[in-house]
Design a protein around this ligand. Structure first.
Ligand SMILES: Nc1nc2c(c(=O)[nH]1)N[C@H]1C(S)=C(S)[C@@H](COP(=O)(O)O)O[C@H]1N2
Ligand SMILES: [Mo]
Length: 430
């Protein structure tokens, strides 16, 4: 490579990142970053620089080595993980997105958490059909080819299982944001607005609800109000540009923006239109919110505003004194994140985090606080706000309303304790 060009690029990069002496300050201001002390060590003898490494001496693998690309072998620890004691078997189970290893707002397809009630259906797209029946003028059956000839749209949305953070209802339990908050992913879907399919079938005047049903062994189904179905639901066949992963419902899933993940039926094979909800298993015995007095809240569809600091966190302790990057994610099923506040001292002082990257409705937003750490103990929390004015509650506020019997819809503020040696732990402040 041309050394001059390489040198220039590096300088520009440093400038953009807010490092690099003279250039740094100006360029950093341009993208709204504050100049900070350099994180890099002053140059000193370092074998990583003085020794010629193998990758510089030998040719690498040719282009055909991996026809479907994969991460560097040094990233092998970045994987979905599960919690063994949580479920009795593997088919009806869940694993978790490694949030502490990710950045930006998009979850890579291979790292999207999975939740299945009857294992991963392996659906042959040529044999897959989507049927629309019930209170319609015309019953319709779509092939995948039919669906791909309809007008489509691209939208970035989070999917959060209503049980995300459910194990934390009665107190701090799991050590890692992967396990406390990892039942979420955020991808760009390509799909056909559900409204177009329903209009083609023609809704009867008494059409009030739809039932969406999966083609997996669980035949999982949920009821959705017709207003939501006609508003922003998608029948999606692509995620992040490529076909849905089998785990995520290949070849077809419904996208129900901002609403609990359970409703986003995978391997979607049928939509029935009716005049009332179906009272399916997943909306009666499961995915209801048991209150302290024994009554249950039902049809609690919306995922309220929530946030979590992903770094530092128990799986990603602080390693260095001096400049550090705190980062996390925030989302709201009611709309768009407008602000995230972060405290490092257990809520005595709050500062407003910097949102960076696209901030979109019903999508994950990324936030940062660039801070200096000198080895003091930290109690880190983040608090999200959305454009409806909703503020993420504390766990105590949540329990005051919902009691201790709940599992679902735990969007309380998370606390991480950072010890003097950087180790980080899941705790609660009472
Ligand atoms: N057909 C079918 N759809 C389903 C499920 C299922 O078991 N079968 N699980 C639901 C639940 S509980 C959740 S949280 C989401 C998980 O989506 P993911 O596997 O893409 O993360 O899918 C939902 N859709
Ligand atoms: Mo779920």
């Amino acid at each position: 490579m041309n050394q001059t060009a390489k040198g220039l690029d590096r300088r520009r990069l440093l400038a953009a990142l807010g490092g690099g002496a003279a250039l740094g300050a100006g360029a950093a201001a341009g993208i709204g970053l504050t100049a900070r002390p350099a994180a890099a060590a002053a140059a000193k003898p370092d074998p990583a620089i003085t020794e010629v490494q193998d990758w510089s001496r030998f040719l690498g693998e040719g282009v055909a080595a991996h026809p479907y690309g994969k991460p560097s072998k040094y990233e092998a620890h970045v994987v979905k993980r599960d919690v063994e004691w949580l479920t009795a078997g593997r088919e009806s189970s869940v694993n978790f997105t490694p949030l502490h290893e990710l950045d930006g707002i998009i979850t890579p397809n291979g790292l999207c958490f999975e939740r299945h009630h009857g294992g991963i259906a392996e659906v042959d797209p040529a044999k897959h059909r989507l049927m629309i029946n019930g209170l319609v003028d015309r019953q319709l059956v779509f092939t995948m080819d039919d669906i791909k000839r309809m007008p489509r749209t691209n939208r970035i949305y989070f999917l959060e299982c209503a049980a995300n953070s459910g194990m934390e209802w009665r107190g701090a339990q799991l050590n890692g944001c992967q396990f406390t908050h990892g039942m979420i992913h955020n991808v760009m879907y390509t799909g056909v607005p559900l409204r177009l399919l329903l209009e083609e079938a023609g809704l009867k005047t008494n059409a009030k609800w739809i039932m969406v049903e999966g083609g997996d062994a669980a035949g999982m189904n949920r009821s959705i109000p017709i207003e939501k179905a006609l508003d922003d639901c998608l029948i999606a066949f692509k995620m992040n540009g490529e076909a849905l992963r089998a785990e995520q419902g290949y070849p077809l899933r419904i996208v129900v923006p901002g609403w609990e993940g359970n409703m986003w039926v995978k391997w979607l094979r049928r939509i029935e239109v009716g005049d009332q909800p179906w009272h399916a298993r997943e909306e009666t015995s499961k995915y209801t919110d048991l209150l302290a007095d024994g009554r249950s809240r039902r049809f609690t569809f919306v995922m309220d505003a929530k946030s979590v600091v992903t770094n530092p966190s128990p799986q990603a302790p602080l390693k260095f004194k001096g400049p550090n990057v705190l980062t996390g994610m925030a989302w709201s099923g009611r709309g768009t994140i407008t602000r995230v506040d972060v405290t490092l001292d257990g809520g005595r002082n709050w500062r407003t985090a910097r949102l960076d990257g696209p901030v979109l409705p019903r999508s994950v937003a990324r936030f940062y606080v660039d801070f200096d750490w000198q080895g003091e103990e930290l109690m880190i929390q983040s608090r999200a706000m959305d454009d409806t004015g909703y503020v993420q509650p504390t766990k105590a506020e949540l329990r005051a309303v919902r009691g201790l019997n709940s599992i679902y819809h735990n969007n309380g503020i998370q606390t991480w304790l950072v010890r003097a040696n950087g180790e980080t732990e899941n705790v609660e402040i009472s």
